[in-house]
Write a protein that binds this ligand. Structure first.
Ligand code: UD1
Length: 386
C-alpha cells in the first residue's frame, strides 16, 4: 500500500448507537495504524456521534472500552419517534458535512443514524460507504429493514458480511462493482479484545458459574412494545428459569415497558431470573462466552454467538443474518412457548447445535475495507485528472 494518495482525502464517519460503536472501532484503529506507519498520512477522518444513544452505559463506556477517540462532533440528538429522530440527525448533520467537505461519508449497520447519515450525504452529493450492507429480514415492520434497504440504494461502496447479502443486492439492482465481500467487522473487535474479555469480573459480580446460566437480551419494539407478546415471553422465561438461571441485561426501552405494563411484581417472583442494568461490551461478550446458551432478538448477538460457537435461540420469526442459521449456532424459535422450551431442553440435554465460523470473520475486515477504499480513491483521483 504505497504512495497511492496524492492529495488529502477526508472521511467522515457517522455513528449513533451501541452496535455502531462496536463496528466503527476497528476501522478507526486501522486508519490510525496506517497513519502512524506513514502509509496513509493523507487519509484523515472526522468522527460524528449523533447522540442517538446518550446514557453512560449505552454510549461512553463503549468509547472507553473500545478505545474510540472522542468524537469531533456530538450532535446530541437523543430519543424520539423514528421520523423525529431521523429528521433531527439530518438537520444537525448537514452543517457538519458542509463545513468539513468530506470526500466520503461512512455509515455502519442499520439504525436511524445510518439512514440519516446516508440521506444527508446523498443530498450534498458526497459518496457513501456502507459497512454491513445487503442484510435483509424481508420484514418491513422492522425499522432496521427500512434503514438497510434505503441506505444500500444510496451507497456507493457496499461492504458485505455474508453471501446472502450479495444475492440481495444483486436482486435490488446494485451493480456488482459497487459491493465487496469483506467479512464481519464486529468480529475484529471481539478478536482484538479477547484477552481483556476473558479477564472480565462480571461472572464474579453476578455470582455465576460457567455453563450454569443462559443470557437473554430483548429490546426490539416487536418484542417489548406489545403487552401480549412481552407477557407471553415472560411466561416462557419463567419456565426456563426453573431449569437454569437466566441473566437479562436490560435495555432502557424494555425497562420502561416493564414499568408501563406492570410486570415488575411478576418478574420479582422469578427467583433465578436476574435483571441487570445495561452492561458494557466486554462484560456482555464474557457472559455470552461462558454461558450454556443465549436467547435474543438482537442481530449482532446472533453473529457473536456464532463466532463463539454458543447456541443461540433467536426469539423472532426471521433473521437478516441467514449465515448464522446455515452454518452458525443460531436457531429461529419465534415467540411460541412450545418451540422455545423444546430447543432449551435439547441444549440442556447436551444436544445444542454444532456450528462453524463463516468465511472472513477473521479479525481482518477493517484492513480489507481500508485497502479497498484507498485503491478506489486512487482510481477516482486519477480519473479526475484525465
Ligand atoms: C436502536 C436501533 C436498534 C439497535 C439498538 C441497540 C434504530 C431504529 N434502532 O434501538 O437497531 O439494536 O439501538 O441498542 O435505530 N434510551 C435511553 N438511553 C439511551 C438510549 C435510549 O434511555 O442512551 C431509551 C429511550 O427511552 C429511547 C429508547 O431507549 O426512546 C429507544 O432508543 P432508540 O435509540 O430510539 O432505539 P433503540 O431501541 O435503542
Amino acid at each position: 500500500m504505497k504512495n497511492f494518495l496524492k492529495k488529502k482525502i477526508k472521511i467522515l464517519t457517522v455513528v449513533g448507537a451501541r452496535p455502531n460503536f462496536i463496528k466503527i472501532a476497528p476501522l478507526i484503529e486501522e486508519l490510525n495504524r496506517l497513519n502512524k506507519l506513514n502509509k496513509l498520512k493523507k487519509l484523515t477522518y472526522k468522527l460524528v456521534h449523533t447522540g442517538q444513544h446518550y446514557d453512560y452505559e449505552m454510549s461512553q463506556v463503549f468509547f472507553q472500552e473500545l478505545k474510540i477517540p472522542k468524537p469531533h462532533y456530538n450532535l446530541g440528538v437523543g430519543s424520539g419517534s423514528h421520523a423525529w429522530q431521523t429528521a433531527k440527525i439530518m438537520e444537525k448533520l448537514e452543517p457538519v458535512i458542509l463545513k468539513e467537505k468530506p470526500d466520503l461519508v461512512i455509515v455502519v449497520g442499520d439504525i436511524n443514524s445510518t439512514l440519516a447519515g446516508a440521506l444527508v450525504a446523498t443530498k450534498l452529493r458526497v459518496p457513501i460507504a456502507h459497512i454491513e450492507s445487503g442484510l435483509r429480514s424481508f420484514d418491513r415492520v422492522m425499522p432496521e429493514e427500512i434503514n438497510r434497504l434505503l441506505t444500500d440504494q444510496l451507497a456507493d461502496y457496499l461492504f458485505v458480511t455474508e453471501p446472502s447479502a450479495i444475492k440481495n443486492l444483486l436482486k435490488e439492482g446494485i451493480s456488482r462493482k459497487n459491493f465487496f465481500y469483506v467479512g464481519n467487522i464486529m468480529i475484529d473487535t471481539l478478536i482484538k479484545l479477547r484477552v481483556k474479555i476473558k479477564k472480565s469480573k462480571i461472572m464474579k459480580q453476578l455470582k455465576l458459574q460457567p455453563q450454569k446460566y443462559a443470557v437473554l437480551t430483548l429490546h426490539r419494539p416487536s418484542s417489548v412494545d406489545d403487552k401480549k407478546t412481552f407477557s407471553k415471553l415472560i411466561s416462557v422465561f419463567n419456565e426456563i428459569q426453573k431449569k437454569i438461571t437466566v441473566v437479562y441485561p436490560i435495555h432502557p426501552r424494555a425497562e420502561k415497558q416493564i414499568k408501563k405494563f406492570g410486570f415488575k411484581k411478576r418478574l420479582k417472583k422469578m427467583k433465578k431470573f436476574i435483571i441487570t442494568p445495561p452492561i458494557s461490551y466486554i462484560e456482555m461478550i464474557k457472559l455470552v462466552m461462558e454461558s450454556k446458551f443465549i436467547m435474543t432478538d438482537s442481530g449482532g448477538l446472533q453473529e457473536e454467538s456464532t463466532f463463539l460457537k454458543i447456541p443461540c435461540l433467536t426469539l423472532r420469526e426471521n433473521t437478516e443474518r441467514p449465515i448464522t442459521l446455515e452454518i452458525g449456532s443460531n436457531l429461529i424459535v419465534g415467540t411460541q412457548k412450545k418451540k422455545i422450551l423444546n430447543e432449551v431442553n435439547k441444549i440442556l440435554a447436551g444436544h445444542g447445535k454444532k456450528s462453524k465460523i463463516p468465511k472472513f470473520w477473521d479479525g481482518k475486515t477493517a484492513r480489507r475495507i481500508v485497502k479497498i477504499l484507498a485503491k478506489y480513491f486512487l482510481i477516482n483521483k486519477q480519473m479526475e485528472k484525465k
